[in-house]
Design a protein around this ligand. Sequence first.
Ligand code: B1M
Length: 210
Amino acid sequence: MSKIEEVKAMVEAGKSKVVPGLVQEALAEGNSADSILQAMIATMGVIGDKFSAGEIFVPEMLVAAKAMAKGVDVLKPHFSADSRPSLGTCVIGTVAGDLHDIGKNLVAMMIESAGFDVVNLGVDVSAAKFVEAVKENKNVTLVACSGLLTTTMPAMKETVQTLKSCGETGFKVIVGGAPVSPEYAASIGADGFAPDAGSAAVKAVELVKG
Ligand code: B1M
C-alpha cells in the first residue's frame, strides 16, 4: 500500500494519532502537499457515501473529520503565505446551524496563502456575528460564508442579505460549500461563488482587486 493509500485508510478509520505521522512520511516520500490533501478530500467523499448508504453513522463521520483535520495541520505550512502585501482582512465562517468546518478551514488556509489576513469565526455563525466581525476588524475586504447542509442554505441567504444591508461598505461577499451553486449564490446577492478551496482563493483575489 502506498503512503497516500495508508493516509486515506487511516483517515477513513478515524485514527487521529497516526494520520499526522503518515502525512509526514508521505511528504518525505516526495508526494506533494496538494496530492495528499486531495486524497484526504476524496476520503471524506467516501465517508459521506457510506453515511448516505447507512453503513456508518455520525460518530464515524466525526472521527474521520478529526483525523483529516490533524493531517491538514501537518500540510498547513506547505500552503502558507509568502511576503506579498496584504489584500486586507477576510472574515470567514460556517453559517448558522451548520457545524461542518473542514472545507471552510481549507478555504481559510488557501485565502490566507493568497495574501489575506484571515479572521476565522468558526462554525454556527449567526448573521449578526458576521456583521459584528466586519465592524470590529480593520480593513475587511472580504466576507466568506461556507455551508454544507441544504437545511442551512436559508441561513446563508440571511447572512448575505444582512451583510449587504448593515451599512458597512468596502467588502465583497463570497459563498460556497457542497450544496451551493453559482445560480444560488447570485440569487441571494453574493458577489462571488467558488466550488472548492483553490478556486475560492483565486476568486477572492479577483473580487478584491476588482
Ligand atoms: Co455531515 N453531512 N452532517 N457531518 N458530513 C454531509 C455534508 C452530508 C453530505 C453527508 C451525506 O448525507 N452524504 C450530509 C448533508 C446532506 C445535505 O444537506 N445535502 C450531512 C448531514 C446530513 C449531517 C447531519 C445532519 C447528520 C445527522 O446528524 N443526522 C449532521 C449536521 C450537523 C450540523 O452541521 N448541524 C452532520 C454532522 C457531521 C459531523 C459533525 C459528524 C461531521 C463534520 C465535522 C467537521 O466538519 N468538523 C460531518 C462530516 C465529516 C460530513 C462529510 C462526511 C464530510 C464533510 C467534509 O468535511 N468534506 C459530508 C459528506 C461529504 O462531504 N461528501 C457530510 C470534505 C471537505 C474538504 O469538503 O466541506 O464540501 P467540503 O468543502 C469543499 C467544498 O464544499 C468547498 O471547498 C471545500 C474543499 O475544497 N467549500 C467552499 C466549502 N466551503 C466553501 C466556501 C467557499 C468556497 C468553497 O467560499 C466562501
